[in-house]
Design a protein around this ligand. Structure first.
Ligand SMILES: Cc1cc2nc3c(=O)[nH]c(=O)nc-3n(C[C@H](O)[C@H](O)[C@H](O)COP(=O)(O)OP(=O)(O)OC[C@H]3O[C@@H](n4cnc5c(N)ncnc54)[C@H](O)[C@@H]3O)c2cc1C
Length: 399
């Protein structure tokens, strides 16, 4: 079927890269981008880093290529509310219906909230540019900060607040930060990193509630402790934005289910970025990845495959992300499990410059680097090539 109109839903990172790819690959038909934020596509990683520390002004977060239209009609500040696959139409919050031959779903994710959070001023989360500017403006009043959730975003918020010299309490339900992702040993290193920088890290406790009449005054923890706070930032994970795809028959249990080519079960509908749960041929299983590099790579792959028709290629990818906390650049390639075998190479745990290799069933499955950016990029390639764990450890020890 000739593609006369392609609609990209979610005008941000994966969406922009898909739009650019469609044009680069020679698609000359009509192109419509629907995004519910009013801003042109911007980068989220600096929001918890340079925007909060005040090192960057907003203009610097613009994504390369975001100032151009790419011959597309950009419907920003407009929400996709329903997909009608039988009519091949997308219904928008304006009531308009837009027909499509091809569609790329790239609506990303939104923050998970603590149930029954009272409507108190001073309780924030961090996903959008507007969220980041609201937190930054609150930081200017030198508040006592409590960050709930020591995942990567919460950890970065804590680090940025410490860079501004603020008192920070970081609350984490797990015994160590990121223990479920990185394992307890590496999680313990993350804990030390924060404590060494003056964060009051409380692990193994949940949040029972918030105190205050109009503004938040304190956070009540499950162990009975009361943390006085003027600013609370909640970072307890994200939920994929799939509601507009309800009633389409698609499997939406964990994002949008896709095959190895990023195609959903609906003709002409592909997905990319945080929202897509696709069959990763490298792992022989479906996975959803919430990282920047993935959104870029999958946005490109979904667009190429939409145009390729029968010639669509599997999208095989080793997940990769980075996080900047204090003076430490943390990078991860692959998918570790807490039960994996771990070996520390290229340095010692105490010196903040090392790599942790993760092995499972004899294979190298992940590499986590602290201030070792080049090594992690090389390990990403090695994981994709199926390198053995023992060989990877031996090679690292000889290097
Ligand atoms: C504060 C922060 C820091 C981060 N730092 C890092 C980092 O250091 N390293 C890293 O690897 N990753 C990082 N990430 C993750 C990375 O930014 C995301 O994985 C990436 O943005 C995902 O891109 P996406 O295009 O899939 O989704 P998004 O960037 O979420 O874009 C989706 C867009 O779709 C819009 N949308 C949602 N629903 C609808 C609808 N119904 N109709 C129309 N539009 C809709 C959304 O509002 C949004 O604009 C960070 C994320 C955040 C929030």
């Amino acid at each position: 079927m000739a593609l006369e109109r392609i609609v990209v839903v979610g005008g941000s990172l994966a969406g922009l890269r898909a739009v650019e790819t469609l044009r680069r690959e020679g698609y000359e038909g009509s192109l419509v981008v629907v995004g519910d934020e009013v801003h042109r596509p911007y980068d989220r990683p600096p929001l918890s880093k340079q925007i909060l520390t005040g090192q960057w002004e907003v203009e610097k977060t613009a994504l390369p290529g975001s100032a151009e239209d790419h011959g597309a009609e950009w419907k920003l500040g407009t929400r996709a509310v329903r997909l009608d696959p039988a009519a091949r139409e997308l219904e928008l919050s304006t009531g308009e219906r837009v027909g499509y031959d091809g569609l790329i779903a790239a609506t990303g994710s939104r923050v998970r909230e603590i149930p029954s959070t009272p409507p108190l001023a001073g309780i924030h989360s961090l996903r959008t540019l507007d969220d980041a500017l609201a937190v930054r403006s609150a930081l200017e009043g030198s508040p006592r900060v409590c960050v709930v959730g020591a995942g990567f975003i919460g950890a970065e918020v804590a680090a940025s607040c410490r860079a501004r010299g603020l008192d920070v309490t970081l609350v984490e339900a797990l015994p160590v930060p990121l223990g479920r992702v990185l394992g307890d040993r590496t999680g313990a290193h993350m804990a030390k990193l924060h404590r060494d920088h003056g964060v009051d890290l409380r692990c193994g406790v949940g949040v029972d509630g918030f105190e205050g009449s109009e503004r938040v005054e304190a956070v009540r923890l499950s162990d009975g402790t009361r943390i006085p706070a003027d600013l609370v930032v909640v970072g307890i994970g994200v939920i994929p934005n799939v509601e507009w795809l309800a009633d389409t028959g698609l499997d939406l249990r964990d994002g949008v289910a896709c095959d190895a080519t990023c195609a959903t079960a609906l003709p002409g509908v592909f997905a990319a970025g945080d929202i897509a749960c696709w069959e990763n041929p490298l792992y022989g299983t479906a996975m959803r990845v919430e990282h920047w590099t993935h959104a870029v790579e999958q946005g490109i792959a979904a667009a190429e495959n939409l145009l390729a028709g029968e010639g669509a290629q599997p999208f095989a990818s080793v997940p990769f992300f980075w996080s900047d906390q204090y003076d430490t650049k943390i990078q991860m390639a692959g998918r570790p499990l807490p039960t994996d075998e771990v070996e520390v190479v290229h340095g010692e745990e105490g010196d903040h410059r090392f790599v942790v290799l993760y092995g499972r069933e004899g294979r190298l499955v992940a590499a986590l680097g602290f201030n070792r950016p080049r090594s992690v990029v090389q390990y990403r390639r090695a994981i994709g090539e199926g390198k053995g764990f023992a060989d990877a450890v031996a090679d690292a020890r000889q290097a």
